[in-house]
Design a binder for this molecule. Structure first.
Ligand code: AMP
Ligand code: MG
Length: 413
Protein backbone atom coordinates (compact mmCIF):
# COMPACT_ATOMS: atom_id res chain seq x y z
CA UNK A 1 0.00 0.00 0.00
CA UNK A 2 1.39 3.45 -0.82
CA UNK A 3 2.46 5.36 2.27
CA UNK A 4 0.62 8.53 3.06
CA UNK A 5 2.52 11.60 4.14
CA UNK A 6 -0.46 12.93 6.10
CA UNK A 7 -0.29 9.82 8.25
CA UNK A 8 3.35 10.50 9.05
CA UNK A 9 3.10 14.21 9.86
CA UNK A 10 0.54 14.62 12.64
CA UNK A 11 0.84 18.41 12.47
CA UNK A 12 -0.99 18.41 9.13
CA UNK A 13 -4.76 18.84 9.03
CA UNK A 14 -6.49 15.48 8.57
CA UNK A 15 -7.86 14.87 5.09
CA UNK A 16 -11.60 15.33 4.66
CA UNK A 17 -13.50 12.01 4.74
CA UNK A 18 -15.10 10.98 1.44
CA UNK A 19 -18.61 11.07 2.89
CA UNK A 20 -18.19 14.63 4.08
CA UNK A 21 -16.85 15.68 0.68
CA UNK A 22 -19.80 13.99 -1.02
CA UNK A 23 -22.25 15.72 1.34
CA UNK A 24 -20.70 19.13 0.68
CA UNK A 25 -20.89 18.58 -3.07
CA UNK A 26 -24.55 17.60 -2.73
CA UNK A 27 -25.58 20.33 -0.29
CA UNK A 28 -28.60 22.16 -1.70
CA UNK A 29 -28.65 20.11 -4.91
CA UNK A 30 -32.20 20.04 -6.22
CA UNK A 31 -33.78 19.31 -9.57
CA UNK A 32 -33.72 22.47 -11.65
CA UNK A 33 -36.95 23.24 -13.47
CA UNK A 34 -39.00 21.25 -15.93
CA UNK A 35 -39.54 20.83 -19.66
CA UNK A 36 -42.56 19.51 -21.54
CA UNK A 37 -41.34 17.12 -24.18
CA UNK A 38 -42.77 14.69 -26.71
CA UNK A 39 -43.15 11.16 -25.37
CA UNK A 40 -40.96 9.80 -28.15
CA UNK A 41 -38.06 11.86 -26.79
CA UNK A 42 -38.68 10.98 -23.16
CA UNK A 43 -36.72 7.73 -22.68
CA UNK A 44 -34.41 8.11 -19.69
CA UNK A 45 -36.00 11.36 -18.49
CA UNK A 46 -37.49 11.90 -15.02
CA UNK A 47 -41.11 12.91 -14.43
CA UNK A 48 -41.53 16.37 -12.95
CA UNK A 49 -45.18 15.74 -12.01
CA UNK A 50 -47.50 12.84 -11.28
CA UNK A 51 -49.02 11.33 -14.41
CA UNK A 52 -52.74 10.63 -14.33
CA UNK A 53 -54.24 8.13 -16.76
CA UNK A 54 -56.18 9.92 -19.48
CA UNK A 55 -58.13 6.76 -20.28
CA UNK A 56 -59.11 3.36 -18.92
CA UNK A 57 -57.19 0.29 -20.04
CA UNK A 58 -58.55 -1.94 -21.36
CA UNK A 59 -61.37 0.43 -22.27
CA UNK A 60 -63.83 -2.49 -22.68
CA UNK A 61 -64.02 -6.14 -21.63
CA UNK A 62 -61.47 -7.67 -23.98
CA UNK A 63 -60.60 -11.18 -25.02
CA UNK A 64 -57.30 -12.45 -23.61
CA UNK A 65 -57.10 -15.32 -26.11
CA UNK A 66 -57.93 -16.42 -29.64
CA UNK A 67 -61.10 -18.55 -29.53
CA UNK A 68 -64.88 -18.14 -29.31
CA UNK A 69 -67.01 -15.75 -27.28
CA UNK A 70 -69.67 -17.93 -25.68
CA UNK A 71 -72.21 -18.27 -22.88
CA UNK A 72 -70.35 -20.46 -20.38
CA UNK A 73 -73.54 -22.30 -19.39
CA UNK A 74 -73.81 -23.66 -22.97
CA UNK A 75 -70.35 -25.10 -23.05
CA UNK A 76 -69.81 -28.71 -22.02
CA UNK A 77 -67.54 -31.23 -23.75
CA UNK A 78 -69.26 -32.29 -26.98
CA UNK A 79 -71.64 -29.30 -27.17
CA UNK A 80 -72.27 -27.93 -30.66
CA UNK A 81 -72.45 -24.12 -31.07
CA UNK A 82 -73.58 -22.01 -34.00
CA UNK A 83 -70.92 -19.62 -35.23
CA UNK A 84 -72.62 -16.25 -35.91
CA UNK A 85 -69.80 -13.81 -36.61
CA UNK A 86 -66.36 -12.52 -35.79
CA UNK A 87 -64.76 -9.97 -33.39
CA UNK A 88 -61.19 -8.88 -34.15
CA UNK A 89 -58.92 -6.43 -32.34
CA UNK A 90 -60.05 -3.00 -33.49
CA UNK A 91 -63.33 -4.33 -35.00
CA UNK A 92 -66.06 -5.39 -32.61
CA UNK A 93 -68.96 -7.77 -33.37
CA UNK A 94 -72.05 -5.57 -33.46
CA UNK A 95 -74.58 -8.20 -32.43
CA UNK A 96 -75.16 -10.31 -29.34
CA UNK A 97 -74.21 -13.86 -28.49
CA UNK A 98 -77.44 -15.77 -27.95
CA UNK A 99 -77.97 -19.20 -26.38
CA UNK A 100 -76.18 -21.94 -28.31
CA UNK A 101 -74.15 -19.37 -30.24
CA UNK A 102 -70.42 -18.60 -30.55
CA UNK A 103 -68.60 -15.62 -32.08
CA UNK A 104 -65.10 -16.14 -33.39
CA UNK A 105 -62.88 -13.79 -31.35
CA UNK A 106 -59.22 -12.78 -31.30
CA UNK A 107 -56.96 -11.41 -28.57
CA UNK A 108 -57.70 -7.76 -27.81
CA UNK A 109 -61.17 -7.75 -29.40
CA UNK A 110 -64.14 -6.45 -27.38
CA UNK A 111 -66.18 -9.31 -25.94
CA UNK A 112 -69.66 -9.13 -27.56
CA UNK A 113 -72.79 -8.55 -25.50
CA UNK A 114 -74.34 -11.75 -24.27
CA UNK A 115 -71.06 -13.64 -23.98
CA UNK A 116 -69.54 -14.25 -20.54
CA UNK A 117 -66.48 -16.35 -21.43
CA UNK A 118 -63.98 -17.04 -24.17
CA UNK A 119 -63.51 -20.67 -25.08
CA UNK A 120 -59.96 -21.02 -26.36
CA UNK A 121 -59.47 -22.20 -29.92
CA UNK A 122 -57.44 -25.21 -28.72
CA UNK A 123 -60.57 -26.52 -26.93
CA UNK A 124 -62.74 -26.54 -30.05
CA UNK A 125 -63.18 -28.43 -33.30
CA UNK A 126 -64.67 -26.77 -36.39
CA UNK A 127 -67.74 -28.37 -37.86
CA UNK A 128 -67.80 -26.86 -41.38
CA UNK A 129 -68.26 -23.09 -41.92
CA UNK A 130 -70.87 -22.21 -39.34
CA UNK A 131 -70.50 -24.46 -36.33
CA UNK A 132 -68.00 -25.64 -33.75
CA UNK A 133 -67.84 -28.36 -31.17
CA UNK A 134 -66.49 -27.69 -27.67
CA UNK A 135 -64.00 -30.28 -26.44
CA UNK A 136 -63.86 -28.79 -22.93
CA UNK A 137 -66.13 -26.74 -20.69
CA UNK A 138 -65.39 -23.11 -19.74
CA UNK A 139 -65.98 -21.10 -16.54
CA UNK A 140 -67.85 -17.76 -16.61
CA UNK A 141 -65.32 -14.92 -16.96
CA UNK A 142 -62.63 -17.19 -18.40
CA UNK A 143 -60.14 -15.49 -20.75
CA UNK A 144 -61.78 -12.07 -20.43
CA UNK A 145 -59.82 -9.02 -19.31
CA UNK A 146 -62.29 -6.72 -17.59
CA UNK A 147 -62.39 -3.03 -18.51
CA UNK A 148 -59.95 -1.18 -16.25
CA UNK A 149 -58.00 -4.30 -15.31
CA UNK A 150 -54.72 -2.46 -16.02
CA UNK A 151 -55.64 1.11 -14.97
CA UNK A 152 -58.57 3.52 -14.89
CA UNK A 153 -58.98 7.08 -16.16
CA UNK A 154 -58.10 9.57 -13.43
CA UNK A 155 -55.81 7.18 -11.56
CA UNK A 156 -52.23 8.35 -10.84
CA UNK A 157 -50.22 5.78 -12.75
CA UNK A 158 -46.71 7.27 -12.32
CA UNK A 159 -45.35 9.43 -9.50
CA UNK A 160 -43.14 12.52 -9.73
CA UNK A 161 -39.50 11.47 -9.79
CA UNK A 162 -40.09 8.28 -11.79
CA UNK A 163 -37.46 7.69 -14.45
CA UNK A 164 -39.02 6.84 -17.79
CA UNK A 165 -37.45 3.49 -18.61
CA UNK A 166 -38.78 0.80 -20.92
CA UNK A 167 -41.59 -0.04 -18.48
CA UNK A 168 -42.68 3.33 -17.21
CA UNK A 169 -42.41 5.02 -20.61
CA UNK A 170 -44.76 2.35 -21.99
CA UNK A 171 -47.23 3.05 -19.20
CA UNK A 172 -47.14 6.81 -19.83
CA UNK A 173 -47.84 6.17 -23.51
CA UNK A 174 -50.65 3.67 -22.79
CA UNK A 175 -52.24 6.26 -20.49
CA UNK A 176 -52.38 8.45 -23.64
CA UNK A 177 -49.81 11.12 -22.87
CA UNK A 178 -48.29 12.56 -26.03
CA UNK A 179 -46.16 15.03 -24.08
CA UNK A 180 -44.81 14.65 -20.57
CA UNK A 181 -43.42 17.02 -17.93
CA UNK A 182 -39.82 16.06 -17.17
CA UNK A 183 -37.00 17.45 -15.07
CA UNK A 184 -34.54 19.61 -16.91
CA UNK A 185 -31.28 17.73 -17.49
CA UNK A 186 -28.40 19.23 -15.54
CA UNK A 187 -25.69 20.67 -17.79
CA UNK A 188 -22.25 19.39 -16.94
CA UNK A 189 -19.32 21.08 -18.69
CA UNK A 190 -16.29 18.80 -18.96
CA UNK A 191 -12.78 20.24 -19.37
CA UNK A 192 -9.61 18.23 -19.96
CA UNK A 193 -6.33 19.91 -19.08
CA UNK A 194 -2.81 19.03 -20.13
CA UNK A 195 -0.25 19.98 -22.77
CA UNK A 196 0.32 16.27 -23.36
CA UNK A 197 -3.25 15.53 -24.48
CA UNK A 198 -4.67 15.14 -27.98
CA UNK A 199 -8.21 14.00 -28.86
CA UNK A 200 -8.80 10.36 -29.89
CA UNK A 201 -7.94 9.82 -33.53
CA UNK A 202 -5.37 12.64 -33.67
CA UNK A 203 -1.69 11.89 -34.17
CA UNK A 204 -0.01 12.43 -30.78
CA UNK A 205 3.38 14.14 -30.79
CA UNK A 206 6.36 12.20 -29.42
CA UNK A 207 5.60 13.16 -25.81
CA UNK A 208 1.85 13.14 -26.02
CA UNK A 209 -0.98 10.77 -25.15
CA UNK A 210 -4.61 10.45 -26.13
CA UNK A 211 -7.12 12.15 -23.82
CA UNK A 212 -9.78 9.72 -22.70
CA UNK A 213 -11.16 10.91 -19.38
CA UNK A 214 -13.55 13.46 -20.81
CA UNK A 215 -15.36 10.76 -22.79
CA UNK A 216 -15.71 8.46 -19.81
CA UNK A 217 -16.99 11.32 -17.66
CA UNK A 218 -19.41 12.44 -20.38
CA UNK A 219 -20.78 8.89 -20.60
CA UNK A 220 -21.17 8.78 -16.83
CA UNK A 221 -23.01 12.12 -16.87
CA UNK A 222 -25.39 10.93 -19.57
CA UNK A 223 -26.04 7.62 -17.80
CA UNK A 224 -27.04 9.52 -14.67
CA UNK A 225 -29.47 11.91 -16.30
CA UNK A 226 -27.25 14.85 -17.24
CA UNK A 227 -26.07 16.45 -20.47
CA UNK A 228 -22.32 16.72 -20.93
CA UNK A 229 -21.02 19.85 -22.65
CA UNK A 230 -17.49 19.43 -24.02
CA UNK A 231 -15.08 22.25 -23.17
CA UNK A 232 -12.20 20.65 -25.07
CA UNK A 233 -8.61 20.32 -23.93
CA UNK A 234 -6.97 23.29 -22.23
CA UNK A 235 -3.19 23.62 -22.30
CA UNK A 236 -1.38 23.95 -19.01
CA UNK A 237 -1.76 27.70 -18.64
CA UNK A 238 -3.94 29.54 -16.17
CA UNK A 239 -5.28 31.71 -18.98
CA UNK A 240 -6.44 28.80 -21.14
CA UNK A 241 -8.05 26.93 -18.24
CA UNK A 242 -9.67 30.09 -16.81
CA UNK A 243 -10.98 31.13 -20.23
CA UNK A 244 -12.77 27.85 -20.73
CA UNK A 245 -14.21 27.92 -17.23
CA UNK A 246 -15.55 31.41 -17.91
CA UNK A 247 -17.13 30.05 -21.08
CA UNK A 248 -18.89 27.29 -19.13
CA UNK A 249 -20.16 29.77 -16.54
CA UNK A 250 -21.49 31.94 -19.36
CA UNK A 251 -23.23 28.86 -20.81
CA UNK A 252 -24.97 28.43 -17.43
CA UNK A 253 -23.51 25.04 -16.69
CA UNK A 254 -24.91 23.56 -13.48
CA UNK A 255 -21.61 21.77 -12.93
CA UNK A 256 -18.13 22.26 -14.30
CA UNK A 257 -15.81 19.26 -14.09
CA UNK A 258 -12.11 19.77 -14.66
CA UNK A 259 -9.86 16.80 -15.31
CA UNK A 260 -6.20 16.85 -14.35
CA UNK A 261 -4.02 19.67 -13.11
CA UNK A 262 -5.32 19.20 -9.59
CA UNK A 263 -2.16 18.19 -7.74
CA UNK A 264 0.71 20.28 -6.50
CA UNK A 265 3.04 20.03 -9.51
CA UNK A 266 4.31 23.13 -11.31
CA UNK A 267 1.88 22.44 -14.14
CA UNK A 268 -1.17 21.79 -11.97
CA UNK A 269 -2.94 25.05 -12.53
CA UNK A 270 -6.63 24.33 -12.09
CA UNK A 271 -6.81 25.77 -8.56
CA UNK A 272 -5.12 28.98 -9.74
CA UNK A 273 -7.46 29.23 -12.73
CA UNK A 274 -10.51 28.70 -10.52
CA UNK A 275 -9.26 31.40 -8.15
CA UNK A 276 -8.85 33.78 -11.09
CA UNK A 277 -12.46 33.15 -12.09
CA UNK A 278 -13.65 33.82 -8.55
CA UNK A 279 -14.45 30.25 -7.55
CA UNK A 280 -14.26 29.89 -3.77
CA UNK A 281 -12.80 26.46 -3.00
CA UNK A 282 -14.74 24.59 -0.34
CA UNK A 283 -12.16 21.82 -0.12
CA UNK A 284 -9.08 20.52 -1.90
CA UNK A 285 -7.73 17.04 -1.07
CA UNK A 286 -9.78 14.30 0.50
CA UNK A 287 -9.16 10.95 2.21
CA UNK A 288 -9.75 8.88 -0.90
CA UNK A 289 -7.65 6.55 -3.03
CA UNK A 290 -7.62 6.92 -5.91
CA UNK A 291 -8.48 10.59 -5.91
CA UNK A 292 -6.76 12.49 -3.14
CA UNK A 293 -6.44 15.84 -4.95
CA UNK A 294 -10.17 16.34 -5.58
CA UNK A 295 -11.25 19.97 -5.28
CA UNK A 296 -14.66 21.52 -5.04
CA UNK A 297 -16.03 25.03 -5.05
CA UNK A 298 -18.92 27.18 -6.20
CA UNK A 299 -19.38 30.21 -8.38
CA UNK A 300 -22.91 31.54 -8.03
CA UNK A 301 -25.19 28.64 -8.89
CA UNK A 302 -22.45 26.66 -10.63
CA UNK A 303 -20.66 23.87 -8.81
CA UNK A 304 -17.07 23.24 -9.83
CA UNK A 305 -15.56 19.82 -9.25
CA UNK A 306 -11.85 19.35 -9.96
CA UNK A 307 -10.95 15.70 -10.50
CA UNK A 308 -7.46 14.24 -10.74
CA UNK A 309 -6.16 13.46 -14.22
CA UNK A 310 -5.10 9.88 -13.73
CA UNK A 311 -7.81 8.03 -15.63
CA UNK A 312 -8.77 5.60 -12.89
CA UNK A 313 -8.90 8.45 -10.38
CA UNK A 314 -11.15 10.43 -12.71
CA UNK A 315 -13.47 7.49 -13.16
CA UNK A 316 -13.69 6.44 -9.52
CA UNK A 317 -14.16 10.02 -8.32
CA UNK A 318 -16.70 10.47 -11.09
CA UNK A 319 -18.65 7.46 -9.88
CA UNK A 320 -18.46 8.31 -6.19
CA UNK A 321 -18.67 12.13 -6.22
CA UNK A 322 -19.97 13.38 -9.58
CA UNK A 323 -22.65 10.82 -10.48
CA UNK A 324 -24.57 11.40 -7.21
CA UNK A 325 -24.57 15.15 -7.86
CA UNK A 326 -25.83 14.70 -11.41
CA UNK A 327 -28.56 12.38 -10.17
CA UNK A 328 -29.62 14.82 -7.45
CA UNK A 329 -29.82 17.67 -9.97
CA UNK A 330 -31.71 15.43 -12.39
CA UNK A 331 -34.13 14.31 -9.67
CA UNK A 332 -33.12 10.65 -9.77
CA UNK A 333 -33.08 8.65 -6.53
CA UNK A 334 -31.17 7.08 -4.91
CA UNK A 335 -28.19 9.30 -5.61
CA UNK A 336 -25.35 7.28 -4.07
CA UNK A 337 -23.95 4.19 -5.79
CA UNK A 338 -25.25 0.97 -4.27
CA UNK A 339 -22.80 -0.59 -1.81
CA UNK A 340 -23.16 -4.37 -1.60
CA UNK A 341 -21.65 -6.98 0.67
CA UNK A 342 -19.64 -10.04 -0.27
CA UNK A 343 -16.57 -11.92 0.83
CA UNK A 344 -12.91 -11.39 0.03
CA UNK A 345 -11.29 -13.70 -2.50
CA UNK A 346 -7.77 -12.85 -1.31
CA UNK A 347 -6.22 -11.37 1.84
CA UNK A 348 -5.91 -7.57 2.13
CA UNK A 349 -3.55 -5.48 4.22
CA UNK A 350 -4.32 -2.99 6.97
CA UNK A 351 -5.46 0.27 5.32
CA UNK A 352 -4.03 3.74 5.94
CA UNK A 353 -5.86 7.06 6.39
CA UNK A 354 -7.62 7.11 3.04
CA UNK A 355 -10.75 5.21 2.02
CA UNK A 356 -9.68 2.89 -0.76
CA UNK A 357 -11.68 1.91 -3.83
CA UNK A 358 -9.68 -1.06 -5.13
CA UNK A 359 -10.25 -2.45 -8.59
CA UNK A 360 -11.37 -6.03 -8.14
CA UNK A 361 -12.61 -9.09 -9.94
CA UNK A 362 -16.06 -10.32 -8.99
CA UNK A 363 -17.03 -14.00 -9.03
CA UNK A 364 -19.96 -15.89 -7.55
CA UNK A 365 -19.26 -18.18 -4.59
CA UNK A 366 -20.91 -21.49 -3.76
CA UNK A 367 -23.96 -19.97 -2.02
CA UNK A 368 -24.30 -17.19 -4.59
CA UNK A 369 -22.27 -14.78 -2.45
CA UNK A 370 -20.17 -12.35 -4.49
CA UNK A 371 -16.46 -13.06 -4.09
CA UNK A 372 -14.37 -9.91 -4.48
CA UNK A 373 -10.68 -10.23 -5.31
CA UNK A 374 -8.60 -7.06 -5.68
CA UNK A 375 -6.34 -7.15 -8.71
CA UNK A 376 -2.63 -7.15 -7.86
CA UNK A 377 -1.65 -3.84 -9.50
CA UNK A 378 -3.68 -0.87 -8.25
CA UNK A 379 -1.96 1.83 -10.32
CA UNK A 380 -4.43 4.66 -10.94
CA UNK A 381 -3.25 5.13 -14.52
CA UNK A 382 -4.45 1.71 -15.70
CA UNK A 383 -7.53 2.15 -17.83
CA UNK A 384 -7.47 -1.47 -19.01
CA UNK A 385 -7.62 -2.65 -15.39
CA UNK A 386 -10.72 -0.69 -14.47
CA UNK A 387 -12.32 -1.58 -17.79
CA UNK A 388 -11.88 -5.28 -16.94
CA UNK A 389 -12.80 -4.96 -13.25
CA UNK A 390 -16.15 -6.19 -11.99
CA UNK A 391 -16.21 -4.22 -8.76
CA UNK A 392 -14.56 -1.61 -6.57
CA UNK A 393 -13.65 -3.08 -3.20
CA UNK A 394 -14.16 -0.47 -0.48
CA UNK A 395 -11.64 -0.36 2.36
CA UNK A 396 -12.35 2.13 5.11
CA UNK A 397 -9.61 4.31 6.61
CA UNK A 398 -7.54 2.23 9.04
CA UNK A 399 -9.59 -0.90 8.33
CA UNK A 400 -7.75 -3.94 9.71
CA UNK A 401 -6.06 -6.56 7.56
CA UNK A 402 -8.45 -9.32 6.52
CA UNK A 403 -8.16 -12.84 5.14
CA UNK A 404 -9.82 -14.43 2.16
CA UNK A 405 -13.38 -15.33 3.14
CA UNK A 406 -13.84 -12.28 5.39
CA UNK A 407 -16.88 -10.06 4.71
CA UNK A 408 -16.30 -7.00 2.55
CA UNK A 409 -18.17 -4.10 0.93
CA UNK A 410 -18.04 -3.25 -2.75
CA UNK A 411 -19.59 -1.27 -5.57
CA UNK A 412 -20.50 -3.34 -8.61
CA UNK A 413 -19.22 -1.89 -11.89
P1 AMP B 1 -2.51 15.55 -13.83
O1 AMP B 1 -3.58 15.41 -12.79
O2 AMP B 1 -2.77 16.65 -14.78
O3 AMP B 1 -1.16 15.64 -13.19
O4 AMP B 1 -2.54 14.23 -14.66
C1 AMP B 1 -2.21 13.00 -14.08
C2 AMP B 1 -2.00 11.97 -15.16
O5 AMP B 1 -3.21 11.76 -15.86
C3 AMP B 1 -0.99 12.37 -16.20
O6 AMP B 1 -0.27 11.21 -16.56
C4 AMP B 1 -1.83 12.85 -17.35
O7 AMP B 1 -1.21 12.69 -18.59
C5 AMP B 1 -3.05 11.95 -17.25
N1 AMP B 1 -4.24 12.65 -17.75
C6 AMP B 1 -4.64 13.89 -17.42
N2 AMP B 1 -5.78 14.20 -18.05
C7 AMP B 1 -6.11 13.14 -18.81
C8 AMP B 1 -7.17 12.86 -19.72
N3 AMP B 1 -8.16 13.77 -19.96
N4 AMP B 1 -7.20 11.65 -20.33
C9 AMP B 1 -6.22 10.76 -20.09
N5 AMP B 1 -5.20 10.96 -19.25
C10 AMP B 1 -5.12 12.14 -18.62
MG1 MG C 1 -1.78 17.70 -16.15
Amino acid sequence: MASDSAAKSPARKPLMPVDEAAARILAGAEPAGEDWIAIDEAAGRVLAADLVARRTQPPFDASAMDGYAVRAADVVPGAHLRRTGEAAAGRRFAGEVGPGEAVRIFTGAPVPAGADAVLIQENTRTLGEDAIEATEGVKPGANIRRAGLDFRAGETVLATGTRLDFRTLSLAAAANHATVPVRRRPKVAVLSTGDELVPPGAEPGPDQIVASNHLGIAALVAANGGTALPLGIAGDTVADIAGRIAQAVEGEADVIVTLGGASVGDHDLVAAALAREGVALDFWKIAMRPGKPVMFGRLGGTRVLGLPGNPVSSMVCGLVLLAPLVRALAGIAPVAPLVETGILGAPVRQNDVRRDYMRARMATGASGTPVITPIPVQDSSMISAIAAAGALLIREPHEAAADAGAPCRFIRL
